[in-house]
Every structure is written in structure tokens, then in C-alpha cells.
Ligand binder design. Sequence first.
Ligand code: SAM
Length: 298
Amino acid sequence: MKETQHIAVMTQEVMHALRPQSGGLYIDGTLGGGTHSRELLKATAPDGRVLSLDIDPKALERARDQFSSDKNRWIGVEENFRNLSEVAKDNGFDPCDGIILDLGFSSDELTNKNKGLSFQIDGPLDMRFGPKSNEDGLTAAEIINSWSKNEIAQLLREYGEESFAAKIAEGIVKARKKDRIIGTLDLVSIIRNSVHKNYERGRINPATRTFQALRIAVNDELNALKHAIEGARKILKPGGRIAIISFHSLEDRIVKRAFRDSEDLEAVTKRPIIPSEEEIKHNTRSRSAKLRVAEKII
Ligand SMILES: C[S@@+](CC[C@H](N)C(=O)[O-])C[C@H]1O[C@@H](n2cnc3c(N)ncnc32)[C@H](O)[C@@H]1O
């Protein structure tokens, strides 16, 4: 199996926040390339245990190889972190000492042409991270080809914060009258033809916000995050911590509000922790990352 290409974000900061101890029980809700799980395993040796979740079966396949020598301390399950408390209970991790959620997708998923997550690689308009992304099998192709113009525009506004939402929705509906839209690059060219030439003065690809919106909807990302935080409140031991890395303002807002409004979680730092300049230099993907940490209070 191919090694991961994913470079994990703020690993040291996450470890510092969770303060993993030997003998402790820790959950990595977003296994991805396995770096955070691996560091948790190292820091909790010789008898701490780590439960890792991912909805991408490939992430688990890779990790089963990577962690084969830690079989008695590591459990990997193909599960959605939306069901965090149930999965923790089923695997003996309720209560637990710490939880990490590093949201979004990994570089391995982005470059997997079958997932259709990249607007630079031709692939099917699927965008599900895995079979357990949503309950009804919704794909980006279904949204693009069967939702009404208004529904698409609203989605792009709400989840993409796209100011050309109406124009793009109009372009999509016009194009699909001729032919079903099936490929990522077909959608990219429809978007390009629908927006102003100087789109954001060339700072971002005009397809960025549309792809973000579709991905959030297909994977029901915001609801899954809300459920996961609710679950975390139930399963953390008093003094246990949850660390969440988000990559856009919609996610960060949910985390910030949940930590502020929850009666039994208290934010450890008022402001989010951001990557160092050094990290951003080595991993440009980290530039939009924000880490928030909360502690379970009694
Ligand atoms: C940014 S990567 C995590 C990288 C990881 N922290 C590491 O050290 O390499 C995010 C991962 O979370 C997974 N994921 C996204 N949403 C999920 C969900 N609702 N439940 C479980 N896994 C999810 C993705 O499939 C992806 O593998």
C-alpha cells in the first residue's frame, strides 16, 4: 500500500494541548495519514491506548500496516465521528482522556482521482470521503444535476460564501439542459464561464468556493462536527481535553460557539492557536488552520 502524502498540521501544538500520558485513553477522530495517532501512541507508551476513526477505508488500510506492531494498543475503525460517543462506548473508550479532530480531507484524498475532490484533477463528481459520509448516498453529481437553481445558489452562498452564487447556479442549470454534468473539470469550465474574468483578482481559483460548498454538503460536515462535539462532552473525563483543527470560518465558528456555550467544556485559550511561520513555509496547506482546545470541567 502506498505511503501517505499527507503532512499533518500543528502536531506539536496538538500534543502540547492534549498532554497525553502513559496509561491514558485517547481518540483520534480523523486518522488520515496517521501522524497524530502515531504521536499519541508514542506519548502514551507503554500501556496507553488510541482509538482512531476515519470514513475513508484507505486511511484505515494504511494505518493497519503502519501500526501493526501496536496491535494491543491501537484500534482503527471505519466510522463517522458524528457517532463519536457510541463508537467510544463500543470500544471501551468511555470515558477517555483526550480527543483530536483534524477536520476536512487529507492530501491522499485530494489527489485520489476517484473521489473528485480536486478542481485540478479530472474525476467523477462524487466528493464523498467514504461510504459512511452521509446516510442517503448523496454525491456532488446529484446536487449539480438535480437540485433547483435556487437550491444550488443557496448552497454556494451558505457553504461556499460565494458572491457569484447566482451566476454559477445559472451557468450550471443552463449547461445541464444540454448534457448531464459528470466530471470535475466539466464543472470547473462551467464555473469559469459563469464568473467575472477578474474573479477575486485571480487570488483563488474560481472553482474553490463551489467545490468547498459541495464537499461540505455531501459529507454533511457541519452537522457531523456539531454531533461530534456533543459526543465529546459526554465521553471526556473531567480534566480531559478536546483539540479541534479547522480550515475555514464555518467550522471555526461552530467550534468557538460550542466551547463558549457548553456548560461542561471550557476553552483553554481564548484565541485559536495558529501554525508558526516556519510550518506555513513547509506546508502551505497549514496556512488556514486554526486549533481550538477545550477542557471538560466537572
Ligand atoms: C486532515 S485529515 C487528518 C490528518 C491526520 N490528523 C494526520 O495526522 O494525518 C482528515 C481526515 O478526516 C477524515 N474525515 C473527515 N470527516 C470525517 C468524519 N465525519 N468522520 C470520520 N472521519 C472523517 C477524512 O477522511 C480524512 O482522512
